[in-house]
Design a protein around this ligand. Structure first.
Ligand code: ADP
Ligand code: MG
Length: 206
Protein backbone atom coordinates (compact mmCIF):
# COMPACT_ATOMS: atom_id res chain seq x y z
CA UNK A 1 0.00 0.00 0.00
CA UNK A 2 1.45 3.41 -0.94
CA UNK A 3 1.62 6.37 1.44
CA UNK A 4 -1.15 8.74 0.31
CA UNK A 5 -1.83 12.33 1.29
CA UNK A 6 -4.51 10.94 3.61
CA UNK A 7 -2.00 8.64 5.29
CA UNK A 8 0.33 11.56 5.92
CA UNK A 9 -2.50 13.70 7.33
CA UNK A 10 -3.60 10.80 9.52
CA UNK A 11 0.00 10.34 10.68
CA UNK A 12 0.21 13.99 11.74
CA UNK A 13 -3.12 13.76 13.63
CA UNK A 14 -1.89 10.65 15.39
CA UNK A 15 1.44 12.25 16.22
CA UNK A 16 -0.36 15.30 17.68
CA UNK A 17 -2.56 12.97 19.74
CA UNK A 18 0.51 11.06 20.90
CA UNK A 19 2.28 14.27 21.96
CA UNK A 20 -0.79 15.22 24.00
CA UNK A 21 -0.99 11.76 25.55
CA UNK A 22 2.76 11.62 26.34
CA UNK A 23 3.21 15.28 27.26
CA UNK A 24 3.79 14.60 30.96
CA UNK A 25 6.20 11.74 30.27
CA UNK A 26 8.26 13.97 27.95
CA UNK A 27 8.20 16.77 30.54
CA UNK A 28 9.46 14.32 33.16
CA UNK A 29 12.30 13.13 30.93
CA UNK A 30 13.28 16.70 30.05
CA UNK A 31 13.09 17.79 33.70
CA UNK A 32 15.72 15.18 34.53
CA UNK A 33 18.30 16.31 31.96
CA UNK A 34 17.00 19.61 30.52
CA UNK A 35 14.56 22.37 31.37
CA UNK A 36 11.35 20.34 31.43
CA UNK A 37 9.60 21.83 28.43
CA UNK A 38 9.89 19.15 25.72
CA UNK A 39 6.40 17.72 26.32
CA UNK A 40 4.68 21.10 26.40
CA UNK A 41 6.72 22.28 23.40
CA UNK A 42 5.75 19.32 21.24
CA UNK A 43 2.13 19.32 22.37
CA UNK A 44 1.74 23.04 21.66
CA UNK A 45 3.50 22.79 18.30
CA UNK A 46 1.47 19.84 17.05
CA UNK A 47 -1.80 21.43 18.21
CA UNK A 48 -0.88 24.48 16.15
CA UNK A 49 0.01 22.21 13.22
CA UNK A 50 -3.42 20.52 13.31
CA UNK A 51 -5.14 23.89 13.48
CA UNK A 52 -3.33 25.00 10.35
CA UNK A 53 -3.99 21.72 8.54
CA UNK A 54 -7.68 22.09 9.35
CA UNK A 55 -7.84 25.70 8.22
CA UNK A 56 -6.80 25.09 4.63
CA UNK A 57 -7.12 22.37 2.00
CA UNK A 58 -3.74 20.64 1.45
CA UNK A 59 -2.92 19.72 -2.13
CA UNK A 60 -0.53 16.79 -1.59
CA UNK A 61 1.54 14.85 0.97
CA UNK A 62 4.43 17.31 0.69
CA UNK A 63 2.24 20.32 1.47
CA UNK A 64 0.88 18.62 4.58
CA UNK A 65 4.40 18.16 5.94
CA UNK A 66 5.48 21.69 5.01
CA UNK A 67 2.44 23.15 6.79
CA UNK A 68 3.33 21.18 9.92
CA UNK A 69 6.95 22.36 9.65
CA UNK A 70 5.93 26.03 9.47
CA UNK A 71 3.60 25.64 12.45
CA UNK A 72 6.36 24.04 14.56
CA UNK A 73 8.98 26.61 13.67
CA UNK A 74 6.66 29.52 14.44
CA UNK A 75 5.17 28.17 17.69
CA UNK A 76 7.93 26.18 19.41
CA UNK A 77 10.94 27.80 21.01
CA UNK A 78 13.83 25.63 22.09
CA UNK A 79 15.90 23.14 20.17
CA UNK A 80 13.33 20.56 19.18
CA UNK A 81 10.84 22.87 17.41
CA UNK A 82 13.26 24.01 14.71
CA UNK A 83 14.76 20.51 14.45
CA UNK A 84 11.39 18.82 13.90
CA UNK A 85 10.52 21.77 11.66
CA UNK A 86 13.58 21.02 9.54
CA UNK A 87 12.75 17.30 9.44
CA UNK A 88 9.22 17.93 8.17
CA UNK A 89 10.24 20.74 5.83
CA UNK A 90 12.90 18.61 4.13
CA UNK A 91 10.56 15.61 3.92
CA UNK A 92 7.80 17.85 2.56
CA UNK A 93 10.11 19.31 -0.05
CA UNK A 94 11.18 15.83 -1.14
CA UNK A 95 7.52 14.78 -1.49
CA UNK A 96 6.34 18.01 -3.17
CA UNK A 97 3.55 17.41 -5.67
CA UNK A 98 3.19 13.70 -4.83
CA UNK A 99 -0.27 12.32 -4.11
CA UNK A 100 0.94 8.74 -3.75
CA UNK A 101 4.33 7.94 -2.33
CA UNK A 102 6.06 4.61 -2.94
CA UNK A 103 8.74 3.02 -0.75
CA UNK A 104 11.58 4.58 -2.72
CA UNK A 105 10.14 8.13 -2.52
CA UNK A 106 9.40 7.63 1.12
CA UNK A 107 12.90 6.45 2.04
CA UNK A 108 14.39 9.33 0.01
CA UNK A 109 12.20 11.80 1.94
CA UNK A 110 13.37 10.42 5.29
CA UNK A 111 16.98 10.60 4.11
CA UNK A 112 16.51 14.30 3.27
CA UNK A 113 14.78 14.93 6.58
CA UNK A 114 17.45 13.26 8.70
CA UNK A 115 20.21 15.01 6.74
CA UNK A 116 18.44 18.31 7.45
CA UNK A 117 18.28 17.61 11.19
CA UNK A 118 21.96 16.73 11.27
CA UNK A 119 22.97 19.74 9.16
CA UNK A 120 21.08 22.03 11.49
CA UNK A 121 21.88 20.49 14.88
CA UNK A 122 25.29 18.93 14.11
CA UNK A 123 24.49 15.88 16.23
CA UNK A 124 26.08 12.54 15.37
CA UNK A 125 25.13 9.02 16.47
CA UNK A 126 25.72 8.59 20.21
CA UNK A 127 25.36 12.28 21.16
CA UNK A 128 22.15 11.45 23.10
CA UNK A 129 19.66 13.31 20.92
CA UNK A 130 16.71 12.59 18.64
CA UNK A 131 19.30 11.63 16.01
CA UNK A 132 19.89 8.41 17.99
CA UNK A 133 16.32 7.34 17.21
CA UNK A 134 16.30 8.77 13.67
CA UNK A 135 19.43 7.04 12.38
CA UNK A 136 18.56 3.42 13.26
CA UNK A 137 15.00 3.97 12.00
CA UNK A 138 16.34 5.34 8.72
CA UNK A 139 18.65 2.36 8.40
CA UNK A 140 15.67 0.03 8.86
CA UNK A 141 13.76 1.92 6.15
CA UNK A 142 16.71 1.70 3.77
CA UNK A 143 16.88 -2.07 4.20
CA UNK A 144 13.15 -2.69 3.75
CA UNK A 145 11.43 -4.30 0.80
CA UNK A 146 7.85 -3.13 1.37
CA UNK A 147 6.30 -0.13 3.07
CA UNK A 148 4.25 -1.84 5.76
CA UNK A 149 7.09 -3.89 7.17
CA UNK A 150 9.43 -0.90 6.61
CA UNK A 151 7.50 1.23 9.07
CA UNK A 152 7.08 -1.55 11.60
CA UNK A 153 10.82 -2.18 11.48
CA UNK A 154 11.62 1.54 11.64
CA UNK A 155 9.43 1.97 14.73
CA UNK A 156 11.15 -0.97 16.45
CA UNK A 157 14.57 0.42 15.53
CA UNK A 158 13.65 3.90 16.80
CA UNK A 159 12.45 2.37 20.07
CA UNK A 160 15.75 0.54 20.49
CA UNK A 161 17.66 3.73 19.61
CA UNK A 162 15.64 5.61 22.22
CA UNK A 163 16.49 3.03 24.91
CA UNK A 164 20.12 3.06 23.86
CA UNK A 165 20.33 6.77 24.80
CA UNK A 166 19.91 5.86 28.50
CA UNK A 167 23.58 5.08 29.32
CA UNK A 168 24.96 7.91 27.17
CA UNK A 169 26.52 11.21 28.16
CA UNK A 170 25.07 14.05 26.03
CA UNK A 171 27.26 15.94 23.60
CA UNK A 172 24.56 18.22 22.17
CA UNK A 173 21.71 20.28 23.60
CA UNK A 174 21.03 21.31 27.19
CA UNK A 175 21.76 17.84 28.57
CA UNK A 176 25.39 18.28 27.47
CA UNK A 177 25.84 20.83 30.29
CA UNK A 178 25.27 18.04 32.82
CA UNK A 179 28.26 15.91 31.88
CA UNK A 180 28.20 12.55 33.66
CA UNK A 181 24.92 13.42 35.38
CA UNK A 182 23.05 12.90 32.10
CA UNK A 183 23.83 9.17 32.26
CA UNK A 184 21.00 6.78 33.17
CA UNK A 185 18.33 9.03 31.70
CA UNK A 186 16.46 8.51 28.44
CA UNK A 187 16.70 11.39 26.00
CA UNK A 188 13.37 13.25 25.63
CA UNK A 189 13.86 14.07 21.92
CA UNK A 190 14.72 10.46 21.05
CA UNK A 191 11.52 9.50 22.88
CA UNK A 192 9.28 11.85 20.88
CA UNK A 193 11.00 10.58 17.71
CA UNK A 194 10.07 7.01 18.65
CA UNK A 195 6.44 8.17 18.91
CA UNK A 196 6.80 9.78 15.49
CA UNK A 197 7.68 6.40 13.93
CA UNK A 198 5.14 4.51 16.01
CA UNK A 199 2.35 6.78 14.73
CA UNK A 200 3.69 6.57 11.16
CA UNK A 201 3.40 2.77 11.33
CA UNK A 202 -0.11 3.02 12.83
CA UNK A 203 -1.28 5.45 10.14
CA UNK A 204 -0.08 3.15 7.37
CA UNK A 205 -1.54 0.00 8.96
CA UNK A 206 -4.95 1.60 9.38
P1 ADP B 1 15.34 22.67 24.63
O1 ADP B 1 16.48 21.73 24.82
O2 ADP B 1 15.74 23.90 23.92
O3 ADP B 1 14.60 22.91 25.89
P2 ADP B 1 13.38 20.68 23.93
O4 ADP B 1 13.33 20.40 25.38
O5 ADP B 1 12.05 20.87 23.26
O6 ADP B 1 14.31 21.94 23.62
O7 ADP B 1 14.10 19.48 23.17
C1 ADP B 1 15.18 18.79 23.75
C2 ADP B 1 15.60 17.68 22.81
O8 ADP B 1 16.14 18.25 21.62
C3 ADP B 1 16.74 16.82 23.34
O9 ADP B 1 16.21 15.78 24.13
C4 ADP B 1 17.42 16.31 22.09
O10 ADP B 1 16.87 15.08 21.66
C5 ADP B 1 17.08 17.36 21.07
N1 ADP B 1 18.28 18.14 20.70
C6 ADP B 1 18.84 19.15 21.37
N2 ADP B 1 19.91 19.63 20.69
C7 ADP B 1 20.01 18.89 19.57
C8 ADP B 1 20.91 18.88 18.44
N3 ADP B 1 21.91 19.76 18.34
N4 ADP B 1 20.69 17.97 17.46
C9 ADP B 1 19.67 17.08 17.55
N5 ADP B 1 18.80 17.05 18.57
C10 ADP B 1 18.97 17.93 19.56
MG1 MG C 1 13.77 21.46 27.03
Amino acid sequence: MPVSQDTVSDWMSRFAESMREHRDELVRLDTAIGDGDHGTNMDRGMRKALERLGAQEQSDAGTVLKTVAMALVSSVGGAAGPLYGTLFLQMGTALAGKKEVDLQDYVAAWQKGVQGVQARGKAQAGDKTMVDALLPALQALEGASDLDSALQDAAAAAEQGMRDTIPLVARKGRASYLGERARDHQDPGATSTYYLFQTAAEALAR
